[in-house]
Design a protein around this ligand. Sequence first.
Ligand code: 8DG
Ligand code: MG
Ligand code: MG
Length: 146
Amino acid sequence: NGGVAFAPIVGVVVFLLKGNKVLLGRRRSAVGYSTFALPGGHLEFGESFEECAAREVKEETGLDIDKIDYLTVTNNVLSREVKPQHVVAICMRAGLADTNQMPQNLEPDKCDGWDWYDWNDLPKPLFGPLETMVRNGFNPFSHQSK
Ligand code: 8DG
Ligand code: MG
Ligand code: MG
């Protein structure tokens, strides 16, 4: 759980891509309240990044993902939040296992709902860590996974 953390925590976030769109939801959590963010959550004991990505996307949206790969990592010190936290975010990319699947809002206490957004016309405000990536020119479509 991502409450007050006195040590850095590991997050896994997923750029779920469909055509030229990415899945985002407006957060209801205290951290990043009301900002648009990727699906994702915290790495659990023993999980691979891919397992965590698939589990969090399933828990939050009901979607099954595939072609999961690693993109990059970001170091986010969210010191100005009501619940300050320092999260190392592992950023993954994935596609839909079945392109006809529709996202469901399975954690309505944490999110207002999921939708697809054109990468060139992202909603505002973005969650701080995502905003920083976009400002730095990060592009999940063209990024070479390593
Ligand atoms: P969990 O209890 O399900 O494990 O956690 P969660 O409630 O789903 O966690 P979260 O706040 O959605 O996010 C996981 C961590 O990743 C959190 O410390 C914030 C960080 N994070 C980023 N960027 C993004 C992002 O774009 N989306 C999400 N969801 N989290 C992000 O650094
Ligand atoms: Mg979660
Ligand atoms: Mg989450």
